[in-house]
Design a protein around this ligand. Structure first.
Ligand code: HEM
Ligand SMILES: [Ca+2]
Ligand SMILES: [Ca+2]
Length: 296
């Protein structure tokens, strides 16, 4: 038990959660992809020294910003939406009582709900870090080139098991990836559908076009099971996605989720809570930032 509680803000600021939801919904009305981007921010926060808002800190002479780490640079997005949420929440609460780390966790949940996915009770009371670590971000955030044993080990290091790996990879039912992250797969791998390869090669040339986008599943704005059914037909976009079919237990889970949205939803919610419990700062550790980009 991490010491977090879903009722944390009930008394100190009852309007906090409705305010976050409203700003998330406004942002998604502008651009649906933002839901995917916000969900990913929470993941990239939690995998680097716990869910402590470290990913939000800008580079300074004393902050080793995670935004410049390879998995985040020119890729992580949604920071302006988090700033907007923080502004509005501090206004409605009258003072800064809601941590940036909690804002990330709630915005991730509200994004999933807004795109047709499951809801869950977000456990709250995380405090914000006063440090960031680019090297830890590089070391701990999984890479799309990883094979199944490496992915399992990466999740295990965070206290997450093979089921968490498969079901949380299901987050790739939302959003997009850049050519540079799937080029190797579409030019060098064989466990991929030939028609799918031809199509992707028109988007992603062998040379150049590094930032061109392809959806991670056929319905990037809808939280459905198409991510899993695509893997079953060798249409996973990332090498790390398709790799889930390489193991007995993980392959079985992929096939189960591909035909059972209820089960996917239930297990996704459970694993998101588990991921959100990774090493939170509580008590007098850390701080409640005034500005999510800066330490106080
Ligand atoms: C299992 C290991 C994982 C790997 C190797 C991985 C890797 C990646 C990569 C390479 C991208 C594309 C980034 C870009 O091209 O700019 C991406 C996108 C994304 N990832 Fe993951 N990811 C993993 C797990 C997760 C998890 C656990 C979540 C959330 C719970 C997640 C949520 C997302 C989302 C929503 C996007 C789309 C973001 C957008 O469109 O802005 N991923 N991931
Ligand atoms: Ca962190
Ligand atoms: Ca989808």
């Amino acid at each position: 038990n991490s010491g977090l509680s879903s009722h944390y803000y009930d008394r100190i600021c009852p309007e906090a959660l409705p305010t976050i939801k409203r700003v998330v919904e406004d942002a998604l009305a502008q651009e649906q992809r933002m839901g995917a981007s916000l969900l990913r921010l929470h993941f990239h926060d939690c995998f680097v020294n716990g869910c402590d808002g470290s990913i939000l800190l800008d580079q300074t002479p004393t902050i080793d910003s995670e935004k410049n780490a390879a998995p985040n640079a020119n890729s992580a997005r949604g920071f302006e939406v988090i700033d907007k949420i923080k502004d509005e929440v501090d206004k409605v609460c009258g003072r800064p009582v809601v941590s940036c780390a909690d804002i990330l966790a709630v915005a991730a949940r509200d994004s999933v709900v807004a795109l047709g996915g499951p809801s869950w009770k977000v456990r709250l009371g995380r405090r914000d870090s006063t440090t960031a670590s680019q090297s830890a971000a590089n070391a701990n955030i999984p890479a799309p080139s990883m094979n199944l044993p490496a992915l399992i080990k990466n999740f295990e290091d965070q206290g997450l098991d093979e089921e968490d790996l498969v079901v949380l990879s299901g987050a790739h039912t939302l959003g997009f990836a850049q050519c540079r992250n799937f080029r190797d797969r579409i030019y060098n791998e064989t466990n991929i559908d030939p028609a799918f390869v031809s199509h992707l090669q028109t988007i992603c040339p062998q040379v150049g076009g590094d930032s061109r986008l392809a959806p991670l599943d056929p319905t990037p704005n809808s939280f459905d099971v198409k991510y899993f059914s695509s893997l079953a037909s060798k249409k996973g976009l990332l090498s790390s996605d398709q790799a889930l079919l390489d193991g007995g237990e993980t392959a079985e889970l992929v096939l189960k989720y591909s035909g059972d949205a209820e089960e996917f939803w239930e297990d996704f919610a459970e694993s998101m809570i588990k991921m959100g419990d990774i090493k939170p700062l509580t008590g007098n550790r850390g701080e409640i930032r005034n500005d999510c980009r800066k330490v106080n």
